[in-house]
Design a protein. Structure first.
Length: 275
């Protein structure tokens, strides 16, 4: 029996690589061109036999996007447009998953629902929200089925230090006696990368369309992560910020199709420490 073919962009990224390693039952058609070049994307779509596409290619770090906004917009927005336009001109019927972010929401003390108002918190979020709006207009055509996954916070040991938890690990482990920290009084929803991949795979299996939050539905205060990492009980000098923000998912919608997160923040930190 032949294996199902999955098309994937961003296969070398943390999420794409993990998904491929986790689901070895699929055969992957990996995009290896430049997502910002229409001819590269068109050629790939024309020749692929995949009926499902996972679009993970993206400029992600909020710091990187802030410093390289036009390049990031080119990849995140134009790259997605190239992909969609290539599908439409190919006359193929394809299901497309777009990896979006919780950064399209405005901070809220309540758990965020998919129908809540959007407000890009960062330039990174702005690139994703602009792309989402384009995709929602495109989804009116029957030729392409579009599923948007608003991914809340996730981390992995292969992420670089511009990301919060890897940077905290580096700072705490390299500090000899005392640790100086600030601006960590924020609540975030951390999803284990294994749970995240299970959610994406479930959405694919169900041929789901529309917008889905992907998270745990549980709040983690960023400073509590420091306590989990600081096993040697080094002294911490912490300047608490006045303005607290909160981005925590309401996951009722994705739970209705069968998703249930298995892991929490402790498992995430343990995996980064020992695996």
């Amino acid at each position: 029996m032949s294996r199902e073919i999955i098309g994937i962009t961003g296969a070398k990224g943390v999420l794409g690589n993990y998904f491929i390693c986790k689901y070895k039952n699929y055969k992957y058609d990996i995009f290896q061109g430049d997502i910002t070049k229409y001819d590269d994307v068109k050629f790939w779509i024309k020749n692929t036999k995949a009926k499902y596409l996972l679009h993970f290619a993206s400029k992600v770090s909020t710091n990187y996007v802030k410093e390289n906004y036009m390049n990031s917009l080119n990849v995140n927005y134009k790259g997605t447009k190239n992909l969609v336009n290539s599908i439409l001109t190919s006359n193929k019927k394809i299901w497309l998953f777009f990896a979006s972010t919780s950064h399209v929401y405005k901070s809220n003390n309540k758990k965020l629902r998919e129908k809540d108002p959007t407000y890009a918190l960062s330039l990174y979020g702005k690139t994703k929200l602009k792309t989402e709006n384009y995709l929602l207009k495109t989804s009116k055509t029957k030729q392409i089925k579009i599923c948007v996954g608003r991914i809340f916070s996730f981390t992995h040991k292969k992420q670089s230090t511009p990301y919060l938890i890897p940077s905290l690990f580096k700072k705490i482990n390299q500090s000899k006696d005392t640790i100086n920290l600030q601006d960590l009084n924020h609540d975030r929803d951390f999803c284990h990368i294994d749970d995240l991949c299970r959610a994406v795979n479930l959405l694919k299996k169900k041929n789901s369309t529309g917008i889905f939050n992907i998270g745990t539905g549980k709040a983690t205060n960023l400073f509590s992560i420091v306590k989990l990492i600081n096993k040697e009980n080094k002294k911490i000098f912490y300047k608490k910020n006045d303005k607290k923000t909160s981005l925590v998912a309401n996951i009722d919608k994705i739970k209705k199709i069968g998703f249930k997160p298995k892991y929490g923040i402790r498992k995430i930190i343990l995996d980064m420490q020992y695996n």
